[in-house]
Design a protein around this ligand. Structure first.
Ligand code: THU
Length: 132
């Protein structure tokens, strides 16, 4: 699949970033299996730890609208190197979306596809909860 539409959507979503503290704008675009794209940006808080990343914003928006199956997630920022999802987002992506493609992009137009399983080996998942 050509991911250019998804990458474009991630860069567009970045424009809504609320990042007055870090000035680090991030946008994400999530492709659902029905073809719909859900976007998100990072939203910072004056109580810093309450900040939410772009990836989780996009995923939570999609899940809250009833979507449960996803194909790919693109991440965009303003820097000229790839931005990889943070540890918390890796866990949430794996948990809610499964082993989807993560499309890392840079500000120069380069992109790279990597599976979330490569970014989060040996994940904690719900199967272990039933072993109690
Ligand atoms: N951030 C994201 O939105 N996604 C990432 O993958 C890494 C970090 C945000 C959180 C915070 O608003 C800013 O980038 C700096 O850490």
């Amino acid at each position: 699949m050509d991911h250019s539409r998804l990458i474009k959507a991630a860069h567009k979503a970045k424009k809504h970033s609320h990042s007055p503290y870090s000035r680090f704008r991030v946008g994400a675009a999530l492709l659902a299996d029905n073809g719909k794209i859900f976007t998100g940006c990072n939203i910072e808080n004056s109580s810093f730890s309450l900040t939410i990343c772009a990836e989780r914003t996009a995923l939570f928006k999609a899940v809250s609208e009833g979507l449960r199956k996803f194909k790919a997630l693109a991440i965009a920022s303003d820097v000229d190197s790839f931005v990889s999802p943070c540890g918390a987002c890796r866990q949430v992506i794996m948990d809610l979306a499964g082993d989807i493609d993560i499309i890392l992009t840079d500000s120069k137009g380069n992109s790279k596809i990597i599976k979330i399983s490569a970014l989060l080996p040996l994940p904690f998942d719900s199967s272990i909860l039933s072993k109690l």
